[in-house]
Design a protein around this ligand. Structure first.
Ligand code: XMP
Length: 525
């Protein structure tokens, strides 16, 4: 019998918190499928989704204002278990007859809550510390307002000095509110609290596992495409690599991948992609060597957005030409992942920003009208990686840093030239090699070298050297929306700088980028 891994699921009602995706990732880690929907979701959509429980997210809004976002009555009175987090708890309290007040002291950061009494959500948690005879849990708080009067039927289940109602429960209605954030790792028992909500209170089983996701995806792909052929643009990045492995397992020789070598890849990258997929796994991969075409079109162009557009368009041209040779292929596979889906849904509500036009295989020519196969649409990046490992892809490929679609094209400032690409490739390989050697590669989220088209004077031996300047960039981030520059050890930076200047004669100077995002972005262009 096949398991339906989507049957027992949780709805996450989004009020606009920066942590909403984190809540969803924690629920998935508990082995339960969940989806994020806007708080204004329709009753028909809610009934069709049919969750076993609902989590209300936080929000930057104030729950004590009349026009604040509210949970729809058909969800609040659905008799399903509900967990309100921060604003989610406050709006639940307000809507059920309690009271929320702004406070002069906002609470942000680490806090200690005292658990009061026993209840299905917060009983006997480990990770507790004791102070003056009281048992306390370390949690993460981030709020200004707080609940000052609970609705009828609720009781206090946790308190802090400044928030006497830090958590509340009405066990008969299976409704719970937490002023603190269980989804954030600083809340020591956070995952355990969410596990209890989804497993014990909502009764969901642990069906959302990498092995089950793979089995389910294979069955879905086979159902969708039957015996048709499928085309995939393979970039060597994590998402398209996992799609390739998944489709290969599902439909074998019906899959053809096109790998476009645009001359803007990292050192040996093209050969590695061919070795992994074509040689080791037996995937049908067509390699299109198009360095000259890309560099020709980029010649004389220095505006970053113009470069992105050219790279995107040439990619599509080549992809189209290669696909044309295959005869009729009705399906195009893409590595769209769940955050892309959330972002495009959010743009309907007007809260998505375009700072850089990210290049994707989106704008295919009219005549290529193909159906889309998007087997990662429901998955977060960490889930994509886990199923990549499950499918047997090499660890280093699955856990590598992200690489932008336009590649080195946006890491060479201004005009792109072959000579610059070659210098950058060598320097980048040295930087990454030293990061791995010093065990720093996986401690940073993304690291690379940037080519600055300026020359600077140096001295090597007795000779004056007038040569290029490079910048090293390494950042730590969770979501790539904000990032901190990585505090790499000086010895490591020194080794990288020495090696680059000694091994690449056309470089005279290496600098380290200490800008965080915002206000800087991660890439320089
Ligand atoms: P920024 O520079 O916007 O980068 O702070 C955030 C993340 O996005 C990647 N990035 C891109 N990815 N096409 C892509 O596929 C692009 O044009 C592009 N620009 C930036 C960047 O590498 C970082 O991970």
């Amino acid at each position: 019998m096949t398991i339906n891994i989507h049957e027992q699921k949780i709805l996450i009602l989004d009020f606009g918190s920066q942590y909403t995706q984190l809540i969803a990732r924690r629920v998935r880690e508990a082995g339960v499928y969940c989806e994020i929907h806007h708080y204004s979701m329709t009753e028909a959509d809610f009934r069709a989704f049919s969750p076993r429980g609902v989590i209300f997210s936080g929000s930057p809004e104030s729950a004590n204002l009349a026009l604040s976002p509210r949970a729809p009555a058909y969800i609040l009175h659905s008799s399903l278990p509900i967990l309100g987090i921060c604003y989610g708890m406050q709006t639940m309290a307000e809507q059920l007859g309690g009271k929320v007040e702004g406070s002069s002291r906002s609470e942000f950061g680490h806090a200690k809550v005292e658990i009061i009494g026993s209840n299905p959500l917060l009983y006997a948690l480990e990770h507790a510390s004791t102070e003056a005879g009281r048992t306390l849990q370390n949690v993460w708080m981030s709020h200004g307002d707080k609940v000052t009067k609970m609705p009828d039927g609720f009781r206090v289940i946790a308190a802090t000095e400044s928030a006497p109602i830090a958590a509340m429960a009405d066990e008969s209605r299976r409704m719970y509110g937490l002023q603190f954030h269980p989804e954030v790792t600083h809340t020591a028992a956070g995952q355990e609290i969410l596990n209890r909500f989804v497993h014990e209170i909502c009764g969901c089983e642990r069906l959302w596992t990498p092995a089950n996701i793979v089995t389910d995806a294979i069955a879905t792909i086979r159902r969708q495409v039957g015996s048709d052929k499928v085309l995939l643009g393979l970039s060597g990045g994590v998402d398209s690599s996992v799609v390739a492995a998944l489709l290969h397992k599902a439909i074998g020789a019906q899959l053809t991948c096109v790998f476009v070598d645009n001359g803007l890849l990292r050192l040996h990258e093209g050969d590695q992609v061919m070795a992994t997929f074509a040689q080791n796994m037996g995937v049908k991969v067509i390699r299109a060597d198009a360095e000259n075409l890309f560099l020709g079109k980029l010649s004389g162009i220095s505006d970053p957005e113009a470069k992105r557009k050219i790279i995107g368009n040439v990619f599509i041209e080549i992809f189209d030409a290669q696909a044309g040779k295959l005869g009729k292929v009705p399906w195009l596979a893409q590595g769209t992942i769940y955050p892309d889906v959330i972002e495009s849904a959010q743009s309907k509500y007007g809260n998505a920003h375009v700072i850089k036009s990210h290049h994707n295989v989106g704008g295919l020519p009219e005549h290529m009208k193909m159906g889309l196969v998007e087997p990662l649409r429901e998955l977060f990046k960490d889930e994509v990686r886990r199923i990549g490992v499950e499918l047997g892809l090499p660890y280093d490929m699955v856990y590598r840093h992200p690489f932008p679609g336009p590649g080195l094209g946006v890491r060479i400032l201004g005009e792109v030239k072959k000579e610059y690409c070659e210098v950058l490739r060598q320097a980048d390989a040295i930087f990454l090699e030293e990061l791995r050697r010093a065990d720093w590669y996986h401690k940073v989220s993304q690291a690379f070298v940037v080519f600055l088209p300026v020359k600077s004077v140096g001295v090597v031996g007795d000779a004056r050297r007038y040569a290029w300047v490079l910048a090293l960039r390494a950042v730590e981030t969770i979501d790539f929306m904000t990032a901190r520059w990585a505090h790499l050890p000086y010895e490591l930076l020194e080794r990288v700088s020495n090696r680059i200047i000694n091994e690449i004669p056309s470089v005279s100077r290496v600098s380290y980028d200490i800008s965080s995002k915002p206000p800087a972005t991660i890439e320089w262009e």
